[in-house]
Design a protein around this ligand. Structure first.
Ligand SMILES: Cc1ncc(COP(=O)(O)O)c(C=O)c1O
Length: 393
């Protein structure tokens, strides 16, 4: 057999469906409500800080595990917000986005045969992350309408081979915000089975209706067994900057830093300086961010409901999962292609968030990190949509 093929690992997963939808959207000139990036500007203050850093010639490699001002700002913010001390030198590693932070963490802690518990629907990177790191994934389903999990199903997914659980709160794609009780159920299992919680909290500040964000690291006995992952992308609307980080217990930091160093050396030095400046924004910035996103959530909910989607109202993050069974298409992929090609709106097929694709076949995810006029344009275009039985497609 020819050796001119991809590795077994690389053939076990497909290219990103989300980014494929973005490409299709460009092809058909649609309104892109698929990939989660804002189409409005980032705050001036941090853009100016980035330009100033380049002009000040902060243009060479930063310390591989992150420029000190940013690492200290990350540690200070977590300590201040959650009253739990984080030591920058021992616990914080800056990576190229939280995407790399997750990959470095998994490669740093997983051995072949280790099991990792993943909630589904999941952010689509977690599947390939598990394959690339050699983990055997064990999926536990979050069930609509409230995306709760069955504690017994979760308990049954843990065993002596469980090395970690991947958690994402506020959650993409469901908008679920895990409650303290749910996190405690997870923490009990982590403590029982000596497992690590890898908690992707990139939507920390995008949370609605006055709900608190609870980092699982702050639960009793969890600081020593949690890697918290976060980044600049969502809180400061700079998804293209590629700056993220891990906050890990000191026992895991060395391994994460080594993997990170040999994967990427480091994140862009001037953008790390700008990241430190971002942490100087007042608390009001985060309150406004949440208020603005809640307003956009309500706007898109109204649009989608008027156009016959069944919506699951999100409590955080900037996505709405919908049920599309009423439209009478064969499946989510067929409907998503129709939507981008004939209606001119891109969304993500639900099946890309599930291991068991069948569970996602009736779902479609829309994002609302967009300007009002973008959402209004999607509204106008969706006027074409009719539920099954009302007209021909
Ligand atoms: C849950 C989740 N984690 C991570 C990321 C990627 O973050 P970053 O830009 O920091 O790599 C995303 C982006 O959509 C996300 O939704």
């Amino acid at each position: 057999m020819s050796k001119l093929t991809g590795s077994r690992k690389a053939t076990q997963f497909t290219e990103s469906v989300i980014r494929e939808m973005t490409r299709l959207n460009e092809l058909y000139g649609g309104v892109n409500l698929s990939q989660g990036f804002p189409d409005f500007p980032a705050p001036d203050r941090i853009k100016e800080a980035a330009c100033a850093a380049i002009h000040a010639d902060i243009n060479q490699y930063a310390v591989t595990w992150g420029a000190r001002p940013l690492r200290e700002a990350i540690a200070r913010a977590f300590t201040h917000r959650y009253s739990q001390p984080v030591v920058a030198d021992e616990q914080v590693t800056v990576c190229c986005g939280s995407t790399e932070a997750m990959m470095s963490t998994m490669m740093a802690i997983i051995d072949p045969g280790d099991e990792v518990v993943i909630f589904e629907p999941f952010y689509e990177n977690y599947g390939p992350d598990a394959i690339l790191s050699g983990a055997t994934p064990r999926y536990v389903t979050l069930r609509e309408p409230d995306w709760s999990f069955d504690p017994e199903e979760l308990a049954a997914a843990f065993n002596e081979k469980t090395k970690a659980i991947i958690l994402n709160t506020p959650n993409n794609p469901t908008g679920k915000v895990f409650t303290r009780d749910e996190l405690e159920t997870i923490a009990v299992l982590c403590r029982k089975w000596d497992a690590i919680a890898i908690s992707d909290e990139i939507y920390e500040h995008i949370i609605y209706d006055g709900q608190p964000h609870v980092p699982i690291a702050t639960l009793e006995g969890m600081a020593d067994r949690t890697v918290t992952i976060n980044g600049l992308s969502k809180a400061y609307s700079v998804t293209g900057w590629r700056v993220g980080w891990t906050i890990s217990p000191p026992s895991l930091t060395g391994a994460i830093r080594k993997v990170h160093d040999f994967l990427t050396v480091g994140a862009a030095a001037p953008l790390q300086e700008a990241g430190a400046a971002a942490f100087e924004l007042p608390e009001q910035y985060y309150r406004d961010l949440a208020v603005q996103y809640q307003r956009r959530r309500d706007m898109l909910l109204d649009i989608l409901e008027r156009h016959h989607f069944t919506c699951y109202k999100p409590s955080g993050a900037y996505y709405i999962m919908t049920d599309i069974s009423g439209f009478g298409f064969r499946d989510d992929v067929e409907f998503a292609r129709y939507l981008v090609k004939d209606v001119g709106v891109a969304a993500v097929p639900g099946s890309s968030f599930y291991k068991n694709a069948a569970t996602g076949r009736t779902k479609l995810r829309f994002c609302f990190c967009k300007r009002d006029e973008t959402l209004r344009e999607a509204d106008r275009r969706m006027a074409k949509l009719v539920p099954a039985g009302s007209s021909i497609h």
